[in-house]
Design a protein around this ligand. Structure first.
Ligand code: F3S
Length: 394
């Protein structure tokens, strides 16, 4: 069977199962689940067979992180066999015309995002990007699986249901965040987890009380945690979401006290301080963008050398920016291990078997499953490293 027919067949079946209103065209697609760690040999063979049909993607298509940094995989600790298999996965995807972005933030931070307009339909398979895109950019995407996004890439179409329809983009619950406003990726991630834990009623939460200014890192952490812990594909927040009214909706109200988030974050810090110091630290889940890289480089400006293992995960598009490139150069000079194309959770290396500390609530959910390691959550990884002598001052 030709790849196009296979793709259309699967999308039609999905459309029927979801009682979709036919198919709609997508502006672009984003494929996930492409680490050889997830795919194994069967997945690799499937992709190679698909690529061998000569079929190409019909819309611009980007790819999620793979299992290794394509240039620094040896430094990352990836074995030859894994690297060879991952390279075959990537080659198959690229033969089909996929852009070698290997990033979970590319859909909303990469070059193509500049052309997106509110209301554009896309087919993205990275859940954190779906929440960010629907909520902050106003694009329309369901939380696609790796295969359905791939089949949308091949056909340029997606079933018209769920987040593509106006009626499913209305708020379902009013979440009031009481002062203080959460600060930093860990507190925004904890907020996302609390809302996600509300279950079905939090399908489209209207979040009131977040203030007017949020950093990119905070919005990414909130989106990633909402997608990880609940059914949420979109949130609405005044001054953040193009589709959010200024006036809170009259709906069932749930209150989240900012002090609880602060306290949980402080508890995480206390646990981190009182427990055994892990052997490694990472940030960049979701992958760091330019803003976060520059901030990290500034935080470490007085540090001469990083003694412990500090990993930063970022993307090629952030590295292609002058400020991002300079920040990464300065971090690497100090001994920070900066990797792109890959992610800490779906890469076999490093194994973090000696424990790891992070500010990413999403990774604390997935890493026990993917690597049998439960990361220690900590609000300010760099401050912790400074206090515990992991960083050497000038
Ligand atoms: Fe991205 Fe990997 Fe985290 S795909 S969101 S860095 S689990």
């Amino acid at each position: 069977m030709k790849a196009y027919e296979l793709a259309m067949g699967v999308l039609k079946a999905l459309s029927e199962a979801k009682e979709a209103r036919g198919m709609i065209s997508v502006v672009n697609a984003h494929v996930s689940g492409i680490s050889y760690m997830n795919l194994g040999d069967y997945g690799l063979e499937f992709l190679e067979d698909l690529a061998a049909t000569g079929e190409k993607v019909r819309v611009p298509t980007s790819s999620n992180p793979c299992g290794m940094d394509r240039e620094l995989w040896r430094e990352q600790g990836i074995g030859e066999d894994f690297a060879a298999k991952q390279a075959r996965v990537n080659a198959a995807l690229e033969r089909m015309g996929m852009a070698p972005t290997y990033s979970c933030t590319f859909p909303y931070e990469g070059q193509w995002s500049l052309k997106l307009k509110p209301g554009d339909h896309v087919a993205w398979a990275e859940s954190s990007a779906v929440v960010y895109g629907n909520s902050v950019l106003g694009i329309r995407s369901n939380r696609e699986g790796g295969p359905s996004a791939l089949f949308s890439a091949i056909t340029g179409l997606t079933p018209n249901y769920g987040m593509h329809l106006d009626e499913n983009r209305k708020p379902t619950v009013l979440v009031k965040v009481e002062q203080p406003i959460p600060r930093g990726p860990l507190e925004w991630g904890l907020l996302g987890k609390k809302i996600g834990d509300l279950g079905e009623k939090a399908k489209v939460p209207y979040i009131d009380g977040l203030g007017r200014i949020a950093t990119k890192g905070e919005l990414k952490a909130l989106s990633a945690a909402l997608a990880t812990f609940g059914p949420t594909d979109m949130f609405l927040a005044p001054h953040i979401s193009p589709e959010a009214s200024e006036e809170p909706p009259k709906l069932e109200e749930v209150t989240i006290d900012g002090r609880d988030l602060e306290e949980e974050s402080r508890d995480a810090l206390d646990k981190a301080v009182s427990g055994e110091t892990p052997r490694a630290f990472f940030v960049g889940c979701p992958q760091y963008g330019v803003e976060e890289l520059v901030y990290m480089a500034r935080l470490l400006s007085d540090v001469k050398r990083v003694k412990g293992d500090l990993f930063v995960y970022t993307s090629r598009h952030a590295l292609s920016d002058q400020a991002g490139f300079e920040a990464v150069r300065s971090l690497r000079e100090k001994g920070v291990k900066v990797f792109s194309d890959t992610c800490p959770v779906f890469s076999p290396a490093p194994s973090f078997s000696g424990g790891v500390m992070t500010d990413s609530v999403k990774s604390s959910f997935y890493m026990p499953q993917s690597k049998n390691v439960r990361p220690t959550l900590e609000p300010t990884v760099v401050s912790f490293m400074l206090a515990s002598g992991e960083l050497e001052g000038r």
